[in-house]
Design a protein around this ligand. Sequence first.
Ligand SMILES: C[S@@+](CC[C@H](N)C(=O)[O-])C[C@H]1O[C@@H](n2cnc3c(N)ncnc32)[C@H](O)[C@@H]1O
Length: 321
Amino acid sequence: MTSPAPHIPVLLAEVIAALSPKDDGCYVDGTFGAGGYSRAILGAAACRVHAIDRDPTAVKTGQGLEAAHPGRFTMIEGRFGDLDELLRIRGVNQVDGIALDIGVSSMQIDQAERGFSFAKDGPLDMRMERSGPSAADMVNDTDETELANIIYRYGEERLSRRVAKAIITARKDKRFERTGELAEVIRKVVPRSGDGIDPATRTFQALRIAVNDELGELERGLEAAERLLVPGGRLAVVTFHSLEDRVVKSFLKTRAGEAAQPSRHLPQVAQGPAPSFSLLSRRAISAGPDETRANPRARSAKLRAAIRTEAPAWNGKGGRS
Ligand SMILES: C[S@@+](CC[C@H](N)C(=O)[O-])C[C@H]1O[C@@H](n2cnc3c(N)ncnc32)[C@H](O)[C@@H]1O
């Protein structure tokens, strides 16, 4: 087994500037990964950090950091969609800042055994948690229409129906077990585009998002953050593709009272609840040329950040909406 490449934290300086950690503050790193954000927050102020990750391998790395920062750092295994419950059972009811760095880490992508990669053959797995239904289960057991919908919705693959049909035909002979087998079938029916992107990219992204319910997690995580942050508390979210960024942008704009208004020619609608966030910047922050040169993964990254207002959370029930 080759050891995975270390994960280079993306937009690190910008995330820390957005959180602006203060002494005695309490912060959450909802996507610990290799701990780049957690370490930087711990280094920026004499504060506490609670880190969360759903991947048992990342959690093991984080447990090593607990000993280095006694009383200041806690590693929690779980999903950030449950972050308020995960903290409440540990006696933490409010926090000063939350960082989320959405998606997969370099360790997950680069390790063929985790089954996220179409470039390196491995078991068709893709489960961050290493439990529950895998990508192989999804590819082998989902009907053609549903499979096409998943590939279209989460991969934005125009040829989703063609890909689903090819998968259904191929699996009649033999169930899919390896990432390489699936990538082969996709490459036969999706032409390579001019930008050189592998034809399997969009379908693999779709399966990964579906297997890990990534967009559902993101929506629940944002709502949980709204409930947990103190007035003046800060939320910083980094995303890597348009589907995720759309969720964050729409959530923050709505909560900041800046969602697109219906036409001024229509009758006025009743005012919504008071804004629970104010945006730190109207536009998403992207990586500069130095960072994208040093870390190509940063090219598609977008940071959106906001400050919690005094207004109650829109979904203040403390449960899932
Ligand atoms: C992009 S990496 C984070 C890298 C990290 N910022 C660093 O500097 O090392 C994303 C991490 O979030 C974890 N993750 C993804 N979705 C999650 C969720 N819903 N709950 C908890 N962890 C999640 C993944 O397992 C992965 O380790």
